[in-house]
Design a protein around this ligand. Structure first.
Ligand code: AHR
Length: 502
């Protein structure tokens, strides 16, 4: 292993990018494969509590401290009849689920999801069906969840579960409606009309809800970013967030480029943020719309036809991606981007939370934490307050996809109330240690109180059922701060999280 030239990081707590929204650490649970059934809800498991929820999974989800949870899809939602999933379980119909060609038993539905959210201390974020569903169905679901008793759907809720309204605040107006694969796919203007009318009815039930408009389902879509502009121009005043979706891949097996992926992610945010500015100016509005990156993750290994077709079975094994070290380093960079663009990004949901492209996997009564679990955990536990605009001087390297890139990818937060500064650093080098000097420019920190690192030699190494703890975050020696400066050396292929007492 060789050593590169020294990198320098300059921190000034007054150089603020934006307040870090806690909702950046949110999740997404879809009725797909084994996410809900066998993942969250598995009455047959010895791990199940009296409501059928897996306690091992609940404990891991609590540890990750997801601030909100998007549900029930995904592509699933565009064919979902939410009324099939409420009421006495023995009277709920099984249905052929078209998005993933599976059998949906409807044993887990809206009321079970609300209970699950309470169990893990997260805010529900419900998507309505704007594929086969009508604007009336969408409005009825808001009534079911948020209205006081005294009308049809609110009374149904009271009969099924509780009389007090759930008060669901976050609502998504459909899912990936730009995608030709989507059930009930719509052209941009048709979606704009349907989303606007659904939003209007939903808000008539509850003026306090916050709505997420569907943006492009990826920056690779041919209709991007026109789709975004058209929908936003039609719905601007009625919505609060605009969605982004993206799945990163290393199909080319070019690890150097893959590890520089934050360049593509940042470019995507810049473009959609520019569309927001444009539409706000064009509509002469005083209203703000923020970004909700409500599906993000690495997904490319488990993408075959077989991975996506359930062959009309219940809880089939679909897209159960195995995550390795390089994937975890891309996930860490994604979280760095969330902090660096905290001014405009306010919600982000990792897709998904259990089994289906997820940080945790279940196998009968066992559970495995994948590599990507660890950067998520560090950010979710540590990042709060304001994100900081850092000055980073880093040695650089050449990539095929993004040209010349810095070896280090860094973000930082400053939380005056907690007296804490946090720093997150990825070393993208596959071979070189990078010596790092950290300089605090305005505040004199007391000490580095915690230092954790995920690192390894093989970018393709993963945690397995046989060797579940091969790649986890380890506590490392916390460097001393002398005269406002600390020095450390970052191993190749590493992610480091520092907590600094200020
Ligand atoms: O998360 C898996 C799928 O990816 C979702 O159902 C869909 O929205 C996206 O295309």
């Amino acid at each position: 292993m060789s050593q590169s030239e020294t990198a320098r990081l300059y921190i000034d707590s007054k150089r603020v990018i934006g307040e870090i929204s806690p909702l950046l650490f949110s999740g997404f649970a879809e009725h797909m494969g084994r996410c809900i059934y066998e993942g969250i809800y598995d009455p047959a498991s010895s791990q199940a509590d009296q409501n059928g929820l897996r306690q091992d999974v609940l404990a891991a989800l609590r540890e990750l401290n997801y601030r909100s949870m998007r549900y029930p899809g995904g592509n699933f939602v565009s064919g979902y009849r939410w009324e099939d999933g409420i009421g006495p379980k023995d009277q709920r119909p099984s249905a052929r689920e078209l998005a993933w060609q599976s059998i949906e038993s409807n044993q887990f539905g809206t009321d079970e999801f609300m209970h699950f959210c309470r169990e893990i201390g997260t805010e529900p974020m419900l998507a309505v069906n704007l594929g086969t569903g009508s604007i009336q169905d969408a409005a009825n679901l808001v009534e079911y969840c948020n209205a006081s008793v005294g009308s049809k759907y609110a009374d149904m809720r009271a009969a099924n579960s509780q009389s007090v309204p759930y008060g669901v605040k976050y609502w998504c107006l459909g899912n990936e409606m730009d995608g030709p694969w989507q059930i009930g796919h719509l052209e941009a203007a048709a979606y704009g009309t349907k989303a606007r009318e659904a939003a209007k009815l939903m808000r008539l039930h509850d003026e306090s809800i916050e709505l997420v408009l569907c943006g492009s389902s990826s920056s690779k879509m041919p209709t991007y970013p026109e789709w975004d502009r058209i929908g936003l121009e039609m719905c601007w005043e009625l919505v609060d967030y605009h969605s982004m979706h993206y799945y990163a891949d290393n199909d080319a097996d070019d690890t150097a480029s893959y590890l520089a992926h934050s360049a593509a992610l940042e470019d995507y945010v810049d473009t959609v943020a520019a569309v927001l500015r444009y539409v706000k100016a064009k509509t002469r509005s005083k209203h703000e719309v923020y970004l909700s990156w409500d599906e993000w993750n690495v997904w490319y290994k488990a993408r075959s036809e077989d991975d996506r077709r359930g062959k009309w079975t219940e809880a089939p094994h679909l897209i159960e991606e195995v995550y390795n070290l390089e994937d975890a380093l891309v996930v860490a960079q994604w979280l760095n981007v969330f902090l660096r663009r905290a001014d405009v990004l306010k919600i982000a949901c990792i897709a998904q939370i259990v089994n289906v492209i997820a940080p945790i996997l279940t196998k009968s009564d066992d559970m495995l934490k994948q590599t990507i679990y660890y950067p998520l955990l560090m950010f979710s536990q540590m990042a709060s307050g304001n994100s900081l605009d850092l000055l980073v001087e880093s040695p650089r390297y050449e990539t095929k996809n993004y040209g010349d890139m810095p070896l280090l990818d860094v973000s930082a937060a400053y939380d005056g109330a907690r007296g804490q500064n946090t720093i997150f650093i990825v070393n993208r080098s596959q071979t070189e240690r990078v010596p790092l000097e950290i300089h605090w420019q305005d505040v004199a920190p007391k000490r580095i109180s915690s230092a954790h690192q995920l690192a390894g030699h093989d970018p393709k190494a993963a945690n397995t059922w046989e060797n579940p703890n091969q790649l986890t975050t380890q506590a490392i020696y916390a460097p001393q701060i002398i005269d406002g400066k600390a020095e450390m050396s970052l191993p190749p292929l590493s992610f480091t999280a520092l907590g600094v007492e200020v």
